[in-house]
Design a protein around this ligand. Structure first.
Ligand SMILES: [Zn+2]
Ligand SMILES: [Zn+2]
Length: 173
């Protein structure tokens, strides 16, 4: 634990928000709203796509790879840091390391967010996308370390599970 604490202090000094720092946040998937995903087309996604089922809070996160390029939702840009955070766990789980959410802006000044396994990958992306630049070199958010949880499942839901999950979403908090 001492190593972890040192790492947290280092991250905080760099202005990085550390996932383990918030008490109400699911320690496994870094979000405190356990039914917030899928954001759009929930039924279609739950019925047809492989889900990361959080073993801790039960949240389903789309982890489906597209057939053409093998990309998952977390590989694409996000409009906000908060939305990117909803998918960060699928990135961590896929690459088996703590990924980071990086902020960039395009030539028109529009800000977007993208998840990368490490800052080298981020720099690589910027080299290939000359219209974008980093607002800072370090990630805005990272779990800081990668942990596997024993109750995690990655699979399609059964039709009963889809109905259950959707009904739980409709209930007020
Ligand atoms: Zn999906
Ligand atoms: Zn969770």
């Amino acid at each position: 634990m001492a190593d972890l604490e040192i790492k947290i202090i280092k991250l905080e000094k760099k202005g990085i928000r550390y996932a383990g720092g918030k008490k109400d946040m699911c320690r496994e998937c870094y979000v405190n709203e356990s039914r917030i995903t899928p954001l759009l087309g929930a039924r279609e996604c739950l019925e047809n796509h492989t889900q990361y089922i959080c073993g801790t809070c039960g949240r389903c996160i789309c982890i489906q790879r597209d057939e053409k390029r093998g990309l998952q939702r977390w590989n694409f840009p996000f409009k906000s840091l908060e939305i990117a955070r909803l998918y960060l766990r699928t990135a961590d789980y896929t690459v088996k390391r703590p990924c980071g959410i990086y902020e960039m802006k395009n030539s028109k000044g529009r800000v977007s967010y993208k998840i990368f396994a490490c800052s080298e990958d981020f720099q690589d992306y910027l080299r290939k996308n000359r219209d974008k630049e980093a607002t800072q070199a370090e990630p805005l958010f990272t779990a800081g370390r990668f942990v596997e949880y024993p109750d995690t499942e990655v699979r399609r839901l059964t039709s009963d599970e889809v109905e259950n999950y959707l009904s739980e979403r409709r209930q007020p908090d």
